[in-house]
Write a protein that binds this ligand. Structure first.
Ligand SMILES: CC(C)(COP(=O)(O)OP(=O)(O)OC[C@H]1O[C@@H](n2cnc3c(N)ncnc32)[C@H](O)[C@@H]1OP(=O)(O)O)[C@@H](O)C(=O)NCCC(=O)NCCS
Length: 157
């Protein structure tokens, strides 16, 4: 008998300390200037909304959202390079926006490198627009790179 072949189920849940080695591995393969293991540990200890997207029981992506005083900040969103363009980044962003709404957040902010076309494409698709620039915000190999600050309002007055 041939076992049926299908895609593993995809779920999103809170990140735990046990996920950090897989999360850090994806982070190192995704960014030229990755967050350290310790930064993720601090995000867990700080009680941020830290989430992972699982394919079966393997971490394929993650997101980190901080919420305070009616505002939320997307601090990280990342999908394993092997699993990009499957809609996982959008699912992670949807989950973070859902959690922000549940916390009665009115506006969500994030920083992005202007050279990061995939991320800009995702944020534009989800209704974010540029509200500011932060000069020399990011590390770069030849000095610093500016950040674009993007925002999305979740409720209207
Ligand atoms: C940004 C990132 C999270 C997107 O994840 P993903 O799972 O590949 O994205 P999805 O498949 O969910 O795509 C959702 C939308 O994003 C946009 N998008 C995705 N990849 C894109 C690309 N290469 N170029 C332009 N737009 C892109 C599209 O609008 C897409 O919608 P569509 O499929 O209807 O066209 C992923 O590229 C990543 O992890 N990058 C490295 C980490 C990073 O830079 N994070 C952002 C830091 S600010």
């Amino acid at each position: 008998m041939i076992a049926p072949v299908g895609k593993p189920p995809v779920t999103i849940r809170d990140m735990s300390h046990d996920d950090l080695s897989m999360v850090s591995d994806i982070e190192r393969r995704s960014y030229e200037f990755p967050w350290s293991h310790g930064v993720f540990r601090d995000c867990l200890l700080a009680g941020y909304n830290n989430i992972v997207l699982l394919r079966g029981d393997v971490v394929a992506g993650y997101g980190v959202l901080s919420v305070a005083a009616g505002e939320a900040h997307i601090l990280n969103i990342c999908v394993d390079p092997a699993y990009r363009s499957h809609g996982y980044g959008e699912s992670l962003l949807d989950e973070m926006l859902f959690r922000a709404r549940a916390a009665t957040v009115r506006q969500v902010f994030l920083e992005v490198r202007p050279s990061n076309e995939p991320a800009l494409g995702l944020y534009r698709k989800k209704g974010f627009h540029k509200v500011a620039e932060r000069p020399a915000y990011y590390q770069a190999h030849d000095g610093r790179e500016d950040a674009a600050v993007l925002s999305k309002k979740l409720v209207t007055d």
